[in-house]
Design a protein around this ligand. Structure first.
Ligand code: ATR
Length: 285
């Protein structure tokens, strides 16, 4: 009886600690409703000490979930606990999307796909240049480096305040990724066609740095993976300096689509109504 109910109405989760701020339930709720699909997507706040048990109950079927998303701070441990992480998450050492298949817990990381799909949608042709600059070498930077490399950029300049972190990340991704300290920023932007901010600089409440984008190609695009505020100070500066900009909200929306398809069986669309829904929610909080 339980089995048939699960088949009819799959349940997925987003797990983090804390997880209250997650907008994933809004995104998946919108898709379930607009596609008239049975199912639900629930927030599961799980403390790090309880995460292994949570995954165990997912694997055994006791939790009733078909899979879910994991967010900070569980992405690395989710990767380690999965039975079959795919190559993409292997390389990142982190997974954000889990699903049960043939009794095995599979895992992938969709952050890079989200990044790529957002730029494909909002600035087609963004990938036609050889050189890119990525600012930041933290957890969020990894999937961006992977995505930019996979799109064929030949020179990826990874700039970070703590240069040792940039070196470590560059080593992970092979010879097209070059690590640099902050002081090198102006030099490496020269001739680049893509600039990505992956740091918290300019996030709501954070200090806004002043960046000179003038070395970029005139037809370069500047993007930020931070989406609160939607137009970050870094994007605002780039726009004032005459460059095309793409905000980070689409990355959040697009990274959600592959998981939805796994759990609920249909590929959802990122449309303007969904975008407006999330923007309205951001304005409330
Ligand atoms: P996330 O998972 O969001 O990437 P993180 O791993 O803490 O978070 O990384 C934050 C990134 O923002 C890092 O690249 C960090 O630089 P350091 O590695 O030197 O810490 C960068 N960052 C945060 N505040 C910064 C600041 N005031 N100036 C320059 N870089 C900053």
């Amino acid at each position: 009886m339980d089995d048939s109910r699960e088949t009819l109405s799959p349940q997925a989760f987003v797990s983090g600690f804390p997880v209250r701020h997650s907008r994933s339930p809004l995104i998946h709720g919108y898709w379930l409703k607009s596609l008239s699909l049975p199912g639900s997507y629930l927030t599961q706040e799980v403390a790090p000490a309880d995460f292994a048990a949570f995954i165990q109950s997912l694997k055994s079927g006791a939790s009733g979930f078909v899979g879910g998303n994991v967010t900070i701070p569980h992405k690395e441990i989710a990767f380690k606990l999965a039975d079959e992480p795919d190559e993409r998450s292997e390389e990142l050492g982190a997974s954000n999307t889990l699903w049960m298949e043939d009794g095995r817990l599979k895992a992938t990381n969709t952050d890079g796909q989200g990044f790529t799909a957002n730029l494909d949608e909002r600035h087609p042709g963004w990938d036609k240049f050889d050189s890119a600059v990525i600012l930041g070498a933290g957890g969020a930077s990894r999937a961006v480096v992977q995505a930019v490399r996979d799109r064929g950029f030949q020179e990826i300049h990874l700039v970070n305040r703590t240069v040792s972190r940039a070196v470590e990340l560059a080593d992970r991704f092979g010879k097209t990724v070059y690590p640099h300290p902050m002081e090198a920023l102006a030099e490496v932007t020269k001739g680049a066609g893509l600039f990505v901010n992956t740091t918290s600089l300019g996030m709501e409440g954070e200090e806004a740095p002043s960046i000179d984008f003038s070395g970029l190609r005139r037809d370069a695009v500047v993007t930020d993976i931070v989406y609160v505020p939607l137009k970050t100070p870094i994007l605002a500066q780039a726009e004032r300096q005459g460059f095309a900009i793409v905000d980070g909200l689409g990355m959040l929306l697009h990274q959600a689509a592959p998981g939805f398809e796994k759990w609920f069986g249909r590929r959802p669309l990122v449309d303007d109504t969904l975008r407006a829904l999330i923007i309205a929610d951001m304005e409330k909080h």
